[in-house]
Design a protein around this ligand. Structure first.
Ligand SMILES: C[S@@+](CC[C@H](N)C(=O)[O-])C[C@H]1O[C@@H](n2cnc3c(N)ncnc32)[C@H](O)[C@@H]1O
Length: 244
């Protein structure tokens, strides 16, 4: 299990003490308990694609905690090279099976026990390891699509996660971050609620953050959690230009 078990969000006074072990995520995949998976390209990615690309082509795009998001195939088909990380081998293998993409499996010398699944065309590489081990692979990215990443990590691990994402950003990197907005007194997560104040604490020293918009994502699951509203909120993070 990553990090210490209890974290309090001082901005809301809400104790976020739910801690998910890696094994619980792996079990979710085994049991097909993956309501978070979207069967279509995410509508916020479609809407803000131009913001992510910013007139650039052949980008290196990172998907932290990627699951089997079909957005990876969508962007790969546009000519971008995709790198994803997930702890679940089942999820990653399902991605290739669902998308009908052939792949090879390799060990990762830098991370003992990790594997990488690479499409034969070489434009999709999905690492099966903890995101906290991934920095041992010395790479940087031109773009990041983070939907279901930051909001899935345990609140006590957020700072470490944010620092990793910051370290993976190329100077001109555009990081699209999707968070969730709901009444955190009614549901303890995941997905975890992350306030604007906290986002600023996590990323604000190095990045400019701009809220681009939000969409209503309230469904049956959220009603069962006892919520009466649930939005996905998208931010653009770019490195502050005055950094050396
Ligand atoms: C909410 S799902 C989001 C998946 C995907 N981004 C999407 O939008 O469908 C969170 C994913 O994070 C993975 N995960 C959780 N903790 C992880 C960790 N420490 N390192 C790597 N992957 C992790 C889980 O296996 C799961 O697939």
């Amino acid at each position: 299990m990553e990090g210490s078990p209890v974290e309090t969000d001082n901005t809301t006074g809400i104790k976020q003490d739910r801690v998910m072990a890696n094994e619980e995520w792996i079990m979710k995949w085994e049991q097909k308990n993956i309501a978070f998976h979207e069967k279509q390209v995410h509508r916020l990615l479609e809407k803000y694609l131009d913001t992510l690309l910013n007139h650039r082509d052949k980008l290196r795009i990172f998907f932290p905690l990627c699951g089997k998001a079909i957005d990876m195939k969508w962007l790969a088909d546009m000519g971008h090279s995709i790198t994803g990380v997930d702890i679940s081998e089942t999820g990653l293998k399902e991605f290739f099976a669902d998308q009908n993409v052939s792949y090879i499996e390799e060990q990762v010398p830098e991370i003992p026990g990790a594997k990488v699944f690479k499409s034969l065309s070489g434009n999709i590489s999905l690492y099966c390891c903890s995101i906290y081990d991934f920095p041992r692979i010395a790479v940087k990215f031109d773009g990041i699509w983070d939907r279901g990443g930051l909001v899935a990590v345990n609140p006590c691990d957020r700072k470490r996660y944010a620092n990793i994402l910051l370290s993976l950003m190329e100077k001109e990197c555009r990081y699209l971050l999707v968070t969730v907005s709901y009444d955190p007194k009614l549901h303890s997560g995941p997905p975890f609620y992350v306030s604007d104040t906290e986002l600023d604490k996590l990323f604000g020293i190095f990045c400019s953050l701009k809220c681009l918009g939000k969409v209503d994502a309230f469904r049956e699951d959220q009603r069962k959690w006892g919520l009466d509203y649930f939005y996905e909120v998208i931010y653009l993070l770019t490195q502050k230009s005055n950094l050396c």
